[in-house]
Design a protein around this ligand. Sequence first.
Ligand code: OAD
Length: 235
Amino acid sequence: MEMTGNIVILTGAGCSAESGIDTFRDGGGLWEQHRVEDVATPEAYERDPALVQRFYDMRRAAIQTKAPNAAHHALARLEREWDGGTVTLVTQNVDDLHDRAGSKNLIHMHGEHLSAWCTACDTRMGWTATLIEGPPCPSCGAAALRPDIVWFGEMPYRMEEIHDALRDCDIFVSIGTSGAVYPAAGFVRLAREMGAHCLELNLERSQGSAWFHETRLGPAGDIVPAWVEELVGPD
Ligand code: OAD
């Protein structure tokens, strides 16, 4: 594989699985326990805001008890030590484990659990507590705070920046994502069209596996640090 150039990394729930955070589509995953239409759409929130707030309140509390794993730490190290170009980390994950591991050039395309969005004044703010009781927005006072999470039917964040990075990348790596949800699932095709080497690191082949030049299977906590060592040497 090319050992220089710009790297774009896309992560999904599998990257946080070994930190004890449920994935969505594996056996027993979140979407087996809850219906997407009940908790992860704007319509669900309109219909039953308390149900949706409770779901996200529980997950916001839960992630604060978890810690980054070896995969998160290895990706932060790659960003610090790679001198062949830029490292851009795009995550579909709404936990803060990449942030806590030290990744800086990081795009949370599906939003963040530890952020609240005021639908009255359009302010976003760090938020670690619950929202179900309808606390006033610190900016405008309205009781209009919702989870700052991109729900199905809503536009993911920072797509222009992501596309720019993909167009300019030499190495594209997808880690711990099933390739079931667009637009993220389509990133590999764009990167490949632009001539990037495309590598998949996952427990099992993803839905878009055929688009990758190379697939390595195993738990992220093992195979991500091993790949990073190939690029920047042993820790
Ligand atoms: P999924 O649950 O769809 O897929 C997780 C992937 O991680 C699967 O391919 C697993 O095989 C793999 N996996 C599980 N454990 C792993 C491990 N220890 N090491 C490596 N891989 C492992 O999760 P995502 O692809 O992230 O969106 O889901 C994409 C989006 O769908 C999420 O961001 C979320 C969800 O609905 C929104 O909420 C908007």
